[in-house]
Design a protein around this ligand. Structure first.
Ligand SMILES: [Zn+2]
Length: 343
């Protein structure tokens, strides 16, 4: 098969479009012929590498993908050759107490497709049958692949962990990334009032088009916690989505008493100073999570397929141009999800 892979960590130049043996589906696995893959920032982090990451080279990046069933390993039932599918990239062991309790994203042997397991920048990928979800006829593989990881992550954070309720107010810090744009849509669907902080009119226009009620441009107003405070009658918001990390001090300030700070990432870096007085003084809860459960995946993909939620699509590149696609992602030039077309 054709695949995009790398033999060593480094910049975009380490990515090669080349031949690689088509994987054999093992017991409980299904071989998927991919039609579309989507890029995530994770792909760039894995390519760059971090201390302690161990890859079985050559490594194929890519967590998101959709296509058709092309082969069945042993002990697989319920799937047939040709079935259209979208992939849930969370690989739980299926046996540990967390997996059995339906909290497979807390699995003790948890892995992510494309992170330490060969992923979807390829014509074929072998994944556990339990990680497939039916893709309805007529629903574009590209739109499903683009939605999967970001909406799954956002749903788990806002709804399953964050308990967002109708009538609550929520602030999304950073209005243009994949997870954050998903958060805006999910928050609106949940009946919340959405405040979005972003840099520049183009990104804020995107947030507005997705349903954000109040826009704050931090490129012209650096004191955005104060802006939030003023917009909420000096109350603050019930929930803050902060996947930047370094903005936690501002998120604490923008929060109402009893507020919840939700985080699934740290686009601004992992380490920063916080003032503990805000946490106890304002009765704040900090709620972290990573990816989502199988139940979350089914719920959120059904909403995607029903047209209630929709990934914003940026450019679509042929698989052979995955390197150019990653360069665009690294430069932050995209507005929405960058995808790969695989034929
Ligand atoms: Zn497990």
């Amino acid at each position: 098969m054709k695949a995009v892979l790398f033999h060593t960590h480094g910049g975009p130049e380490v990515l090669e479009y080349t031949d690689f043996p088509t994987p054999e589906p093992g017991e409980g696995q299904v071989l998927v012929k991919l039609k579309a893959a989507a890029l995530n920032r994770l792909d760039v982090w894995v390519r760059n590498g971090w201390p302690g990451i161990k890859l079985d080279y050559p490594h194929i990046p890519g967590a998101d993908g959709a296509g058709t069933v092309a082969g069945l390993g042993g002990c697989v039932s319920g799937w047939n050759i040709g079935d259209r599918v979208v992939i849930n990239s969370n690989l739980g062991c299926g046996k540990c107490p967390a997996c059995i309790a339906g909290q497979d994203n807390r699995c003790r042997d948890w892995r992510l497709l494309g992170e330490t397991v060969r992923g979807t920048y390829a014509e074929f990928v072998a994944v556990p049958a339990a990680n497939l979800y039916p893709l309805p006829e007529g629903f574009e593989a590209r739109a499903a692949a683009a939605a999967a990881l970001v909406f799954h992550t956002a749903w788990h954070s806002l709804i399953t962990r964050g308990g967002l309720k109708p009538g609550e107010s929520i602030l999304v810090v950073g209005a243009s990334g994949g997870v954050n744009t998903a958060c805006i849509q999910i928050a609106k669907l949940a009946g919340a009032t959405v405040y979005a902080v972003g840099s520049g009119q183009e990104k804020l226009a995107l947030a507005e088009s997705l349903g954000a009620d109040h826009l704050i441009d931090r490129s012209s107003d650096e004191n955005w916690p104060k802006a939030v405070f003023n917009l909420t009658g000096k109350r603050g918001v019930d929930v803050v989505v902060d996947n930047v990390g370094t903005t936690f001090p501002s998120s604490f300030r923008a929060s109402a008493k009893g507020g919840r700070i939700l985080t699934v990432g740290n686009s601004g870096g992992p380490k920063f100073e916080i003032d503990n007085r805000f946490i106890f003084g304002k009765h704040l809860s900090i709620i972290g999570s990573s990816m989502g459960t199988k139940a979350d995946f089914a719920t959120v993909m059904d909403l995607i397929f029903a047209g209630k939620l929709k990934a914003t699509l940026d450019r679509d590149y042929p698989l052979a141009e995955a390197r150019e696609a990653q360069v665009r992602l690294e430069k932050g030039e995209q507005l929405g999800k960058i995808t790969l077309a695989i034929d």
